[in-house]
Design a protein around this ligand. Structure first.
Ligand code: HEM
Ligand SMILES: CC(C)=CCC/C(C)=C/CC/C(C)=C/COP(=O)(O)OP(=O)(O)O
Length: 331
């Protein structure tokens, strides 16, 4: 896998073929796409923090994160297997373990099966059947819906295929409570509307690579301006959706609502800047990086909102303190 720093190189280098990953991972680890997993787990924890069952006991928490990581890793390996030939033809991915022959297909397949079985076992035995089923649904929707069906066919591949990446919050909520409340669907929706700004910013940097292999990503088919316009619109939708977190949280919504504002302001600023010059790789790169920081930030705020201080209803406490002080001041 190519790291973000390699993405930087893509954006600035006139010869993308010369790009090297900043860190070379062992082949078996690389195919599991490990760099994506921390953010997928952060959204899983976000899904948990939205439930009344937060905080979870540590065994359940650890089993969910281990099982979720293994399901995501299995999905990554299956994606690499499915796209082995395509990856070999794209400059960004041609050095991946399968196309470059560092890992045999049979070994990768055994790894994917092993990870899937282990993930289901950990989730069923350590969490519950709903969390296990949702993790399997996430895996299947990434591999079958996004990778096999949509990616080679439509510019809306990542909009509909975004379902896969939005499932981890549902896994988190299911792990916490055994069912899916509307607040878990809120975080699911937020990740879905966040995905276009995240991915199309990267696609602006990589559009020539996608064009060369005929993958109909939005900038390839509709051009850079249309893509930047779409990123701008989805950024607005993401901002609007993020604000609903104030009511989705069982407590501490006020703190979340306050602290999410700078994250949103920066998202809108970067999307406006990108629209001014969609061909500027620095702007696209900033947008891509912020998208990742943004979603981590949202999940962190959801957890912060459920800390005892925030849950105590601090605005109420502030008002009470002010009322208490007022007579003293008047006297
Ligand atoms: C359809 C949905 C998505 C698509 C098409 C997509 C696509 C991509 C691509 C192509 C990369 C570059 C990978 C590389 O360097 O090889 C990337 C990076 C990344 N994606 Fe996404 N993504 C999607 C959704 C998500 C979701 C839901 C998350 C987590 C919640 C996520 C987290 C990340 C992270 C953390 C990176 C940076 C990896 C690094 O440090 O190298 N993505 N994404
Ligand atoms: C619950 C569960 C297991 C959910 C799985 C979610 C999951 C693994 C989402 C990954 C989304 C993603 C990073 C796609 C990469 O696009 P790409 O495959 O087009 O990127 P590439 O060109 O780098 O291969």
């Amino acid at each position: 896998m190519v790291s973000v720093s390699a993405v930087s190189a893509i954006a600035t280098s006139p010869a993308p073929a010369a790009i090297r990953p900043s860190v070379t991972l062992p082949a078996w680890l690389e195919v599991a796409k490990p760099r994506l997993i921390p953010l997928l787990l952060a959204t899983t924890v976000g899904g948990m923090a939205l439930t009344a069952a937060w905080p979870l006991d540590s065994v359940r928490l650890v089993c969910t994160l281990v099982g979720g990581s293994m399901a995501s890793a299995a999905a990554g390996v299956l994606n690499c297997l499915w796209e082995q030939e395509l990856d070999g033809r794209m400059q960004r991915t041609s050095r991946r373990a399968l196309p470059s022959g560092r890992l045999a297909q049979r070994q990768a397949f055994a790894l994917a099966v092993g990870l899937t079985v282990a993930s289901v076992l950990v989730l069923v035995l350590g969490v519950n059947a709903l969390a296990a089923s949702l993790a399997l649904l996430g895996l299947c929707s990434y591999v079958l819906l996004y990778t096999a069906l949509l990616k080679p066919r439509t510019t809306q591949n990542i909009v509909i295929g975004g379902i896969a990446g939005a499932i981890p919050p549902l896994v988190g909520a299911a792990a916490a409570t055994g069912h899916l409340g509307w607040s878990s669907w809120w975080l699911f929706s937020l990740v879905m509307v966040w995905t276009p700004a995240h991915f199309w910013a990267l696609a602006l940097l990589l559009h020539e690579d996608y064009r060369s292999v005929g993958i109909p990503m939005l900038p390839v088919v509709k051009g850079l301006e249309v893509t930047a316009g779409a990123i701008r619109r989805y950024s607005w939708v993401t901002v609007a959706m993020s604000l609903a977190g104030v009511v989705a949280l069982p407590s501490g919504g006020w703190l979340y609502g306050l602290l999410v504002l700078p994250f949103n302001a920066r998202l809108l600023q970067l999307s406006a800047s990108l629209l001014e010059d969609p061909s500027d790789p620095r702007r696209a790169r900033s947008m891509f990086r912020w998208s990742i920081f943004y979603l981590f930030g949202i999940c962190l705020l959801l957890v912060l909102a459920r800390t005892p201080l925030a849950s105590a209803g601090a605005p109420g406490a502030l008002v009470a303190a002010a009322l208490h002080l007022a007579p003293t001041a008047a006297a």
